[in-house]
Design a protein around this ligand. Sequence first.
Ligand SMILES: [Zn+2]
Length: 291
Amino acid sequence: MFKVGDATITRVEETNVPSYKLRNVFTEMTDAQFDQHKHWLAPHHYEAESGRIRLAVHSWLLKVGGKTILIDSCCGNNKNKPGRPFWHMLNERYLERLAAAGARPEEINLVMCTHLHHDHVGWNTRQKDGKWVPTFPNARYVFNKPDIDYFSKIDADPKEGPAELGTFRECVVPILEYGKADVIEGAYRINDFIEIDTAPGHSPGHVFFKLESKGQRGVFIGDVWHHLLQVYYPDWNFPKNSDAAQARVSRRKVLDYCAASGALVMPGHVGLPFAGRIEKTAGGYRPDFKA
Ligand SMILES: [Zn+2]
């Protein structure tokens, strides 16, 4: 568990396994750059035998100001994930882990998705009597309008759809239809403790969540960076972006915010210890994520 002022934050893991080949993800990486960083990569951020990066998939359970908030909802069970054998047809005891972390589904007040990719919306809904219904019946779900617009268009295109491996229509559209979504656009303040700021590029509506309590700060950055190597090399994009140039600009914006605020940074996929801080250096940035 992590603390930021009076807020408590618990990581709820879905998976944490080797996934994509490092060399396929960061094609610009030189041998010299790899040699420079390999001392800290394995085992928590890279599996040397397979050459694959380790990517955690988790939610952050945030309790602050009397509210119980779930940030990002992972892949979900029994989902077809072509090209992603490590997340395909999962059968994880995620809801039991969430309960162990201190929240049953009906106790969640807010679900906040940093963006609407398939690995961030999976538990938004569950199947009941052949229908997709909200998993968290008493929650409002906060979605970003540019992502709703972007994935709606892809989903409606018979050549491109269904969007996000079908998760848009299974895990996002039902929430809209049940009237459970708060669709916001641009910077937005949720309450005294949480502010939403924009970081587009990985998807058009990608946002990050700034937390403040008792003068301490935390920040949930989603996929602004997937891997700590991107802190050292902010121009390295993870594949699959709606706008690659914009993703680089957003990464620097968020890195600057993290470094200037001293916030505890909680990314969407970084491995053990899962959270840390960012330092500004003469030439750029350095992660201070100590296992
Ligand atoms: Zn992701």
